[in-house]
Design a protein around this ligand. Structure first.
Ligand code: AMP
Ligand code: GLY
Length: 431
């Protein structure tokens, strides 16, 4: 952004709209609201934590969102979840001349189709697991019979984070194919990817992208399984911390050079350049970093820790992505560690209770934020309304102190039956 544009933005202030209702969107709203550039903020539809900014529009009601942004003369819309991206919210906003941060529908296929993602990984020569794709269930089962377990089965389409089955045993793999191709996820399971099982530490590297340039954020380690010790069912994520002690500048460069940039180049050559957040799910294998998946958005609960460590103003960074001038922007981060513990409703990720009353401490210190996710305000009372309910987040000098302070803060929250892991960040302490 040139000096003039920046000056104008500061004097006039901006109207910002955030689309989504999770912990990720609360974290984005928390960060954006601190910017001197932000004049007005709206969150659609938001949660109890974003109450003062909420507007009652659903994330997939693109017509209503476009009308709202047009009427209010919104200067910048930031999209949280994958669903609106996969149905083309960015294309629709741009067609009306509205500025929006996120990839086009075609570029969002990197997340909305695992088969498409694998095709791009091949074209870009990105290191990833060996795989085969199948549209025929019998052929998929026959292939499994030859290759055995451990193995990973992935539904092609979006399945709310549940379409990936990591099968340690052969029977689990066969059941996985039966389940996915038998219609458990509707048309998302019409095609499957059967992929080599990869072992190692898993890292989420989110990159700001302007079509040609990729600038990495601090690397994050998520905790996807429901129970301590990475046991139990896969979830959207039960907690995060950043940066992992085993992450190095060298690894970051390797991932940018061998994964992020070749991907951007292929997408650009196809005429569908990628703008937005390219979220790389990386496995650090004994043969180097390999890509597990692309997501085309901020992660949840990755964003809660990343926004906590981001020192720079977020708004100019997002605008630079849209304008294609990311190279001109310097992004600064706080030293130290951020850690987020997800408090979930009893039963999550299975069926869970809603409407549980929640009491929160009146004040928290500056380095501590309780991000809301599945919460609503019922008159004056905060109640749970989703599976992942709160993201208790702390920034501190070290991983040890961040863990201690975050678990202390959890104790101050009244949330009967809350389910949370007690080992968030422990993996990092091994190093
Ligand atoms: P995805 O939605 O593709 O990220 O998969 C969800 C989770 O499944 C990942 O975060 C990993 O923990 C796991 N996973 C995916 N692919 C593999 C693989 N090839 N080997 C081992 N684990 C995997
Ligand atoms: N925490 C993983 C995701 O956002 O997909």
């Amino acid at each position: 952004m040139t000096g003039n544009v920046l000056e104008k933005a500061i004097t006039e202030g901006k109207k910002i709209l955030i689309v989504g209702s999770g912990g990720r969107e609360h974290a984005l709203a928390w960060k954006v609201s601190q910017s001197p550039l932000c004049k007005e903020l709206y969150v659609a539809p938001g949660n109890a934590g974003t109450e003062k900014w909420n507007i009652p529009l659903q994330v997939d009601d693109i017509d209503a969102l476009v009308s709202f942004a047009t009427e209010k003369e919104i200067d910048l819309t930031i999209v949280g979840p994958e669903d609106p991206l996969s149905i083309g919210i960015v294309d629709r906003f741009q067609a009306q001349g509205l500025k929006i941060f996120g990839p086009s529908q075609e570029a969002a296929k990197l997340e909305s189709s695992k088969v498409f993602a694998k095709t791009i990984m091949d074209e870009a020569k990105v290191p990833t697991g060996e795989y085969q794709t199948f549209t025929n269930k019998e052929e998929a089962l026959k292939y499994l019979g030859r290759i055995g377990a451990p193995i990973v089965i992935k539904a092609d389409g979006l399945a709310a984070g549940k379409g990936v089955i990591v099968a340690n045993l052969f029977d689990e793999a066969m059941e996985g194919v039966e389940k996915i191709m038998g219609g458990a996820f509707g048309s998302a399971g019409n095609e499957v990817v059967i992929e080599e099982y990869l072992e190692g530490e898993e890292v989420s590297l989110l990159c700001f992208c302007d079509g040609m340039t990729a600038v990495p954020m601090v690397a994050v380690q998520d905790h996807k399984r429901a129970l301590n010790g990475d046991l139990g069912l896969n979830t959207g994520g039960m907690g995060t911390y950043c940066p992992p002690p085993f992450w190095t500048k060298k690894l970051e460069q390797e991932v940018i050079d061998n994964i992020a940039l070749p991907t951007l180049e292929v997408m650009h050559k196809r005429g569908t350049p990628f703008t937005g957040v390219l979220f790389l799910g990386i496995m650090l294998t004994s043969r180097g970093p390999k890509l597990l998946e692309y997501n085309v958005r901020f992660g949840d609960p990755e964003t809660q820790v990343v926004m906590t460590l981001l020192k720079s103003d977020l708004i100019p960074v997002l605008e630079a992505c849209i304008e294609g001038c990311l190279e001109e922007i310097k992004i600064e981060w706080f030293e130290g560690t951020a850690l987020c513990i997800v408090m979930a409703a009893p039963g999550y990720p299975g069926s869970y209770q809603k409407g549980i009353p929640i009491s929160l401490p009146q004040n928290t210190e500056e380095n501590k934020v309780i991000f809301h996710a599945g919460t609503i305000l019922n008159t004056d009372r905060v109640e749970s309304s989703g599976g992942r309910v709160l993201g208790v987040t702390v920034r501190s000098d070290s991983l040890v102190s961040a863990r201690e302070e975050a678990y202390e803060l959890v104790k101050e929250i009244g949330f009967p039956g809350a389910h949370f892991r007690t080992d968030i960040g422990l993996k990092g302490l091994k190093y």
